[in-house]
Structure formats: C-alpha cells, structure tokens
Design a protein around this ligand. Structure first.
Ligand code: SAH
Length: 372
C-alpha cells in the first residue's frame, strides 16, 4: 500500500475535481516522492513484470547485431551516439555490447534516459563502458548528442507514458476521468464533457458506437516528434519496440500489473505498473511528418526471426547444459511465438532519410519506407 500517494491523489481531486487518466498515471508513476518509478524496482522475477531483455540475452544481442550491421552500412562512422530510453536494469545494453565488434563498441558514446533513481543505480552498478551519460529526459539527451549520428533503442518505454482516454457518450465524445467518493473511500471513473473545439483539435475518430474508448498519448507523440527531428538532423535510426497496435483503433488498453498479475487500476495507486498499448500508426504519421523514414511496424516475432534469433539460439545451445537448452528454447518461444510476445509486440524503425534501411523489416508487409 502506498498510502501517501493515495492521500495526495485524494487531496488533488478534492481541490481540482476529477483527474484525467493522464494525470492519474503521471502522479502514480512519477510523483517526485511517492511515484511507482521513484520507489520500487519493478523489473524481474521479484518485481512486477519481466521484459524481453530479462527473458533472454538473445534479445539484446540481436539488437546489437542489427545496429552493428547498420553502422557498417552507414560507413562505420568513428563516433556514434547510442541512446537507450528507459534502460531498466541495463540488461539490453549489457547483452548488446557483448555481441558487437570492438571497433563498433569503441565508436559508441552511450546515453541513458531514465526517471527512476533505483534503476539508474542498477545501471551504474552493472554497466562498464568508458563513456556513459545519464539524462533525466529525452531533450537533455538530444542536446548532448550533437555532431555525430545517433542510434536510439526504446524497449517497453512508450507504454509507460501517460495516456488520455476519450469515451463516446450519447452526447458525443467526453474525457474519461477519475473521481473519489469519501463514503466508500474509493476512486471511480466518470466523464468530463469535451467541447466541439477539443474534439476537432484531438481529431477523434467519427462514427464509433456509444461506449467506445479512444486513447491518445501526447507524451509518446511529442517524444516521437523530437526523436524524428533529431534523427533527420544528425542521421541515424531509432527502434521502438513495445506492445501495441499497428493501426489506430478504439479500445481500453490501460492496465495495471503487480507481481506478475493484473491489478485493479483504481486500487492502491503507486503500487502497480500502469501501461497502455502503443498506437504505432499515430507515431508513424508524426515521425513521417517530420521528414523521417519509417520501417514497419512489424511483429517482434518476425523481426527477431529475420535477424537470425534461431541461429543465435542454436549457437548458444552448442555450449549449453541440457537444463540450459530447455531454458533457451523456452525463452525463444516466449519472445517469438505468435501466442506469446511474438505478435503482441511490434517493432518500428524511424530513420533519417539518408540512413540505410535497418535489417529486420524485409518480410514486413507494412513497410512504408518513403515519406510519400
Ligand atoms: N527497457 C527496459 C525497461 C522497461 S521498464 C527493459 O526492456 O527491460 C520502463 C523503463 O522506462 C524504466 O527504466 C523506467 O524507469 C523508464 N521510464 C518510464 N517512464 C519514463 C519517462 N517518462 N522518462 C524516462 N524514463 C522513463
């Protein structure tokens, strides 16, 4: 129980009225003292959720090989910035650095963007690289990544960014908000009407049936836009990997997860991870508007397979014990199989127009590699 955060949220609602979902997420995840990311290490078997790099070393290794191959086709620039957004425990980059050539490794200036003091400490303890800089936000990272091309990786980062939810009522679109009832000591959903002007600005879809929910993540849209601008200016590529949908669609995807199980979003805020599906179509359009080239989104299963995860698994298995072989097969299945993370998770690349195409998207029917 995070009673301080609950008290704070109740105080805010009493003062200002119901909170938008984005405000509720923002405070639950990032409140400077009591927010989820400020107070716990959420990742791993002892935490609340497990991510792809924590499932297998193969994940970070494959991303490393993907970027190394791209760097080679970019003409092996002697200096390159590598930014990871939300590096968690630093596992992906550890595996990445192990898989690449010394020449590529020497070229890399590493930049981590993270809000969590606990995870930053974990990253500091685990990672050895002569040039690592930590940044509190993406803008600070981009300011210090001048002069050389930039590679960016964001795995399960965009899903943490606060979303707004809009709901179709008999009177048209309204914003879904969170109220508090003193008698029951509970939070509950209610709605705030939207003006015609709001609806127009938000470009909410038309002709949806009553009760439909449409989600908008302003933070993800903003970050994608600055990321695309930076890449177009400096050259380079960004890989966004997350669970989400290829086409924008209605649906309530907000979820809370605590100790590897679903949790009620409105109960004990600040004690569970809150995430929502990433709307890849919206992000793709924003990046393209900035002049960037988009590859994908493709599925995680297709991306990893195309980059040779089966071959990598086979290689590791040659020197593994029977027990380890079972574990490697299980991890491979979990990362790539359509019923596991293979289809739910998507991979999208954003590149500068002059940067070559990253590998992993050739089999993808969605590839729209020109700004047309
Ligand atoms: N990429 C890692 C961790 C994913 S969890 C992995 O795959 O294992 C989300 C990560 O993003 C955490 O490190 C968290 O501290 C960070 N994070 C979440 N929201 C953030 C924000 N708004 N700004 C910066 N970092 C954020």
């Amino acid at each position: 129980m995070n009673s301080e955060l609950k008290k704070y949220l109740i105080g805010r609602i009493k003062q200002e009225g119901p909170l938008t979902i984005a405000q509720y997420m923002n405070l639950s995840l990032y409140h400077s003292e009591f927010g989820y990311y400020r107070t716990v290490n959420p990742i791993g078997h002892n935490g609340d959720f497990v991510t792809s790099p924590e499932i297998s070393q193969m994940f970070g290794e494959i991303i490393g090989v993907c970027f190394m191959e791209l760097w080679q086709r970019m003409g092996r620039p002697p200096n390159i910035h590598l930014i990871e957004l939300g590096p968690g425990q630093g596992t992906l980059i550890q595996d990445f650095l192990r898989a690449i050539s010394p020449e590529f490794k020497n070229a890399i200036d590493l930049h981590f963007v993270d809000v969590s003091p606990i995870l930053k400490e974990e990253q500091r303890n685990r990672l050895e690289h002569p040039r690592i800089t930590w940044h509190d936000d993406i803008e600070a990272a981009f300011v210090s990544c001048q002069k050389s091309p930039t590679l960016i990786i964001a795995n399960e980062f965009f899903d943490a960014l606060p979303i707004h939810q809009y709901i179709m009522t008999t009177y048209g679109w309204a914003e879904r908000v969170i109220a508090y009832t003193e008698e029951t000591n509970r939070f509950s959903y209610t709605t705030n009407p939207l003006t015609a002007n709001d609806c127009e600005k938000l470009a909410l879809p038309k002709n949806l049936k009553q009760g439909s929910i449409f989600e908008v993540c302003h933070g993800a849209r903003y970050m994608t836009s600055v990321m695309a601008q930076h890449l177009c200016r400096q050259g380079g590529a960004g890989l966004v990997i997350d669970y989400g949908h290829i086409r924008s669609a209605a649906g309530d995807t907000l979820q809370a997860v605590r100790q590897h199980s679903y949790h009620d979003i409105l109960v004990d805020p600040g004690t569970a991870d809150l995430t929502a599906h990433v709307d890849f179509e919206a992000l793709q359009n924003i990046a393209r508007d900035q002049g960037a080239t988009i590859y994908g989104p493709t599925t995680q299963g297709s991306f990893l397979s195309e980059l040779g995860i089966d071959i990598r698994a086979g290689k590791i298995k040659q020197v593994a014990s029977l027990e380890q072989i079972t574990e490697i097969d299980r991890a491979l299945h979990r990362l790539t199989h359509p019923t596991q993370m293979g289809n739910l998770f998507k991979v999208m690349a954003i590149t500068a127009p002059q940067t070559p195409a990253p590998c992993g998207f050739a089999l993808c029917t969605q590839s729209t590699s020109s700004a047309a």
